[in-house]
Ligand binder design. Structure first.
Ligand code: DX5
Ligand code: ZN
Length: 217
């Protein structure tokens, strides 16, 4: 079953609790939380305090996407705040093996994120240590951007490589996912779909999450 992870980057922060409850009851499989530091990406968003607050109001697992430099300095804070999955960018840390081991020690599930312009070959030696990869389908930093078409082939190449090597990796995709393009990413091998503006800009979260799941399967 394909999974949907609404990104709260596009939610109404003046009523964040209601927004989260609404997507959770509309069938969200994860709550995707985008953490940006103004260095790895241009934008600045939220930190562990908000993650902790979100954890307190939902049982839906939290998928925390760190778009920050030196992620090792913050792993403990996000794990303590209640992150179930912690994604770190391969481009943001020089010691990905250590970072992945640390996330596991902290009791969270590690996921490696990779930007559109970064070669999949950088993942090959760490793939046996993780069971989830986040393929960015926009350049990270902002919601509401358009899906980069060439990323579909990248998803397919990653899926094929994992199949060839026998790695049981779930592929998550993030950026510009809509009901119109989700099937392409799904057919290429993606399992989990982050969607921010496609969900939160619609009035009926139930309808749009159902449509995304239906079009992905
Ligand atoms: C982009 C973030 C995404 C973003 C997706 O840097 O990682 O999670 O919220 O938003 P949409 O679905 O609007 O592209
Ligand atoms: Zn994200």
């Amino acid at each position: 079953m394909k999974k949907i992870a609404p990104s709260i980057l596009s939610a109404d922060y003046s009523k964040l609790g209601e927004e989260i409850s609404a997507v959770a009851s509309a069938g969200a499989d994860y709550i995707h939380i985008d953490v940006m530091d103004g260095h790895f990406v241009q934008n600045i968003t939220i930190g562990p305090l908000i993650v902790k607050a979100v954890k307190g109001i939902t049982d839906t697992p939290l998928d925390v996407h760190l778009m920050i430099l030196n992620p090792d300095n913050y792993l403990q804070a996000f794990a303590d705040a209640g992150a179930d999955i912690i994604s770190v960018h391969i481009e943001a840390t020089a010691h990905i093996d250590r970072t992945v081991q640390r996330i596991k020690e902290l009791g969270a599930r590690p996921c490696i994120a990779i930007n559109p312009g970064t070669s999949l070959t950088l993942l090959y030696d760490i793939l046996p240590q993780v069971d989830m990869v986040l393929v960015m389908t926009v350049n990270p930093g902002f919601g509401g951007q358009s899906y980069i078409q060439s990323c579909t082939d990248k998803i397919r190449r990653l899926r094929d490589y994992c199949a060839k090597m026998g790695y049981p990796v779930e592929i998550e995709v993030d950026g510009g996912i809509t009901p119109d393009n989700i099937k392409d990413a799904s057919d290429a091998g993606a399992d989990i779909f982050v969607a921010g503006s496609a969900i939160f800009k619609q009035p009926d979260y139930n309808a749009v999450i159902s449509l995304l799941k239906q079009n992905a399967s």
